[in-house]
Write a protein that binds this ligand. Sequence first.
Ligand code: FAD
Length: 283
Amino acid sequence: MRLPFFLAKRFVAGETFADAVPKAKELNSKGLKLTLDLLGENIKDRKTTDKTTQAYCDLLDGIREQELDASISIKLTMLGLDIDKEYCRDNLDKLLEKAKERDLFVRIDMEGSDYTQMTFDLYYDALEKWGKKVGIVIQAYLHRTRDDIDELIERQANVRICKGAYKEPSNIALQNMADIRTAFKEYTTRLIEAANYPRIATHDDILIEWIRSHVRENNVPKQRFEFQMLYGLRQNTCEFLAQKGYPVRIYMPFGTEWLPYYSRRLRERKENVWFILTTMFKK
Ligand SMILES: Cc1cc2nc3c(=O)[nH]c(=O)nc-3n(C[C@H](O)[C@H](O)[C@H](O)COP(=O)(O)OP(=O)(O)OC[C@H]3O[C@@H](n4cnc5c(N)ncnc54)[C@H](O)[C@@H]3O)c2cc1C
């Protein structure tokens, strides 16, 4: 059974790229850059994976044709990581070839901990082959991030830092918000010092205010990093930060396979569940 799209529309820009384009143009016109994300994860068959790889390539063409200020984010389980690692690598290469042709950037989202090592392996190979066209995500809640970050800085990787959205056990990840915030601050400090233009993905006012005062006190130029937030959350904050001169990018998902993404957003905040319920009763 497919749930009706109106449930998802707070967090998802549409079911097709064409639906998302007007919203994308509106955000671009406010000085906000975009990361477009064709929704879906964990594809188990090659036919659907091949179609998805092609859809990502078409998305890169669409971004150029529509003259959007946008990059894309992908999940390796959409490119066949659950089927075969080498097959996934070939699909990633196809996509990065297209990104190079179109002079566009592709970020590999970080999924649950079963995929972390494989994602780093494929990313580091892609970084050697395709250089600046590809980036990765680190999750502050993972214990291993303390070591991963050294290697990422060493390799001058293009990194987005976020807290981490998947339910992980305590031997793998921090469980409490205060500890996750402390780790987030420590890693962000290192990225701002040493990495090439880090992307800082959070809606958390405590972290946003901390970053703003940290860079002010340390004379870090606002153009040295970028704030990133999800479509449908904190748009006023995004516009406020952009007006203050910080680069800001909105992660804009679209597509019919929105349920897992949508469920993670609901789990993150009780207020989101309330919002959906009131939307349902307005219909
Ligand atoms: C651009 C982007 C890309 C991401 N990519 C990945 C990825 O590849 N892999 C992954 O695992 N996760 C990813 N995430 C999700 C991320 O890991 C977190 O799960 C998600 O961002 C929630 O954490 P948070 O820091 O934004 O704030 P939360 O932990 O949701 O909120 C913390 C506090 O922030 C304040 N706050 C938050 N929202 C609001 C609001 N609407 N109004 C008022 N106060 C608010 C509240 O004080 C709240 O208690 C991404 C997130 C972003 C923004």
